[in-house]
Ligand binder design. Sequence first.
Ligand code: NAD
Length: 201
Amino acid sequence: MTRQRFRGRSVVVTGAGQGIGRAFAEGFAAEGASVTIADVDGDRTEATARSTAGAAAVEVDVADEASVERMAAAVVDRFGGVDVLVDDAGLHMGRYNLCSDPPLEDWRRLFDVNVFGAVLCARHCRASMAARGGGVVLNQCARSWSSGSAGSRTSSAWRCCCARTRRRSERRRPSSSTAGWCGGPDVQAVGSSMSACRARA
Ligand SMILES: NC(=O)c1ccc[n+]([C@@H]2O[C@H](COP(=O)([O-])OP(=O)(O)OC[C@H]3O[C@@H](n4cnc5c(N)ncnc54)[C@H](O)[C@@H]3O)[C@@H](O)[C@H]2O)c1
């Protein structure tokens, strides 16, 4: 039987409608977490929530601050707050490569989703994390630096964003910022981070 290390914990996964985010959501749910499936695609959000035990669906555009604020409020209403935030929502824009010259509106959307999306989610989940004694932020989005796609161009900004999350969390609350491929080991890494955070709290 799967260990239930996240029983009683509230986990928000953005971009959980499909792909890596969905795998994160299913992994946390399998370990007992109350998971919020948050994605811009309403149909995929509902479908993933229906097939994930104990999960709630919230449609959100992480690039839109009002939408993120509503998501954070919905999580507080439903699960009392946030213990783990997985920032997975992101764009690959695989139609571009390193020789492409994407239109400015695509550049803006890329940074709005892959970089500022993570900033907004952390900002609006922070209060309820702090109220619960700390939490963990996993920044998975915008990490495809080796692919040569447009998404890879946000990686330096992503690293800045992670470093800043780390610095802020060390100063102000027990937390952690990490990233990586999805799967058992990553969920285990979060488990270790959670234990460390609780120990430090
Ligand atoms: N797949 C890879 O090889 C890889 C490698 C490194 C990093 N990443 C990053 O991991 C994340 C997930 O990758 P994936 O391959 O599973 O991607 P994917 O395209 O399969 O899934 C991304 C999900 O994010 C959602 N999304 C997009 N924009 C959103 C927005 N504005 N608000 C909320 N949700 C939004 C999409 O609807 C989709 O469900 C991405 O951020 C990507 O940059 C992927």
